[in-house]
Ligand binder design. Structure first.
Ligand SMILES: [Zn+2]
Length: 388
């Protein structure tokens, strides 16, 4: 048995002072406080001093980092990325595709499915902690031509059940999230089928009207992708998709809080609208994350990175954001506490994506734990009970 002691713990719905976190066989067996429980004599104790224990961060929209692009990575390259992610507190993520030729996408999905099944992300030794691949996010190819961002026009396709099935089969059922523009012909059937298979369908890269977005939600969509970015803009007489995303209390939604994709006031507006239960932080990070400025691949797309800004032909192209910085930014841009921002990077994404044993420090959850200092800087990261 392992017992972690610290100054505070975020479950994250609750805050516990002077906590004790009990871990057995990679899972959390009890959450308590020093006042309420004794430390068994046979336990291995890690005292984290004045640190705050939080669940490991869950990133549902991530294209790469540390020089590795998830669509192009060959076997053996992902562990380097997975290790890098833990240094920023991420213990689980969805490798995310971009629009690419269908055969290339299918090959990438097969490789990612292999990595997921091989547990290549699993931890091997005490020192070698790696973030876990929790499933695949398909960002495209069913995106709006008008709101495609940098996804290449020639690789966008109209949604059909046939193409969705082809992608599903290549991924061997490991697709857990899909971004789709609900206004496209055929989209509602694909949304319904994906939802039936347990995929968290997310509306985004979309020029939908409010009605078309609402129809997507009725068909089974329950989330929205990088809200405000690659979306029909909000107009007070014609609110479009944002009217649905910001006012529907049943759906969750995510943002890129890097200070580049959204003005701080818009981050604050989003957090006010979606609240502490429905707001999700993502990074949308690419291979350039944690690397010097230069030219990097995002699937088939070549991206220029300069001063922390990723562009393709002058258009914003994803980010070099890390999840710990997204959390700190959310507290800086709003009046949210560190605990509320942590929730948007842990419990909320896990709930949105149906990941029942992730994103919380609770009995039965995987022992994926981050020790933060009071400024939100990552000190230590534990994956499945290992790494401290
Ligand atoms: Zn993306």
């Amino acid at each position: 048995m392992i017992v972690l002691c610290a100054e505070r713990l975020y479950t994250p719905q609750e805050e516990i002072w002077k906590p004790l976190l009990f871990i057995e066989d990679g899972f959390i067996s009890a959450v308590s406080s020093r006042a309420q429980a004794e430390i068994p004599t046979h336990a291995t104790v890690f005292d984290l001093g004045d640190a705050i224990l939080t669940p490991g961060f869950v990133d549902v929209h991530m294209h790469g980092g540390a020089g590795v692009d998830v669509m192009r990575a060959v076997a053996g390259e992902l562990p380097h990325l997975n290790k890098f992610l833990t240094t920023h507190g991420v213990t689980g993520y969805f490798p995310t595709t971009v629009a690419a030729p269908l055969d290339q996408t299918c090959q990438a999905l097969e490789r990612l499915a292999d990595a997921i099944e091989a547990g290549c992300a699993g931890t091997k030794t005490g020192d070698d902690v790696q973030a876990l691949l929790l499933g695949i996010h398909l960002e495209g190819p069913f995106l709006s031509h008008k709101r495609r961002g940098v996804h290449p026009l020639e690789y966008l396709v109209e949604p059909t059940l046939e193409i969705f099935s082809q992608l599903w089969q290549a991924a061997r059922g490991h697709v857990r999230m899909m971004t789709i523009a609900p206004e496209l012909p055929g989209a509602l059937d694909v949304i319904a089928e994906a939802a039936r298979r347990g995929v968290c369908v997310s509306i985004g890269h979309s020029d939908a009207t409010t009605d078309a977005a609402a129809a997507g939600v009725r068909a089974g969509a329950r989330h929205a992708t990088h809200v405000f970015n690659a979306m029909r803009p909000l107009d007070h007489r014609d609110p479009g998709i944002l009217g649905e995303v910001l006012t529907n209390g049943d759906i969750t939604a995510d943002i890129i809080a890097d200070g580049i994709h959204l003005a701080p006031e818009i981050v604050k507006l989003f957090l006010l609208a979606k609240g502490i239960e429905h707001s999700v932080l993502i990074t949308d990070a690419i291979a350039a994350t944690g690397m010097p400025d230069g030219t990097y691949q995002l699937g088939p797309i070549e991206v220029e990175v300069k001063d922390g800004k990723c562009t393709k032909d002058g258009k914003l192209a994803a980010s070099v954001l890390t999840m710990d910085r997204a959390i700190r930014n959310a507290t800086k841009f709003s009046d949210w506490s560190l605990r509320e921002a942590v929730r948007a990077a842990t419990f909320n994404p896990a709930q949105a994506a149906g990941l029942r044993s992730q994103g919380k420090l609770a009995v039965g959850a995987e022992a994926n734990v981050v020790a933060l200092d009071s400024n939100g800087e990552v000190r230590r990261t534990m994956v499945r009970g290992r790494g401290f």
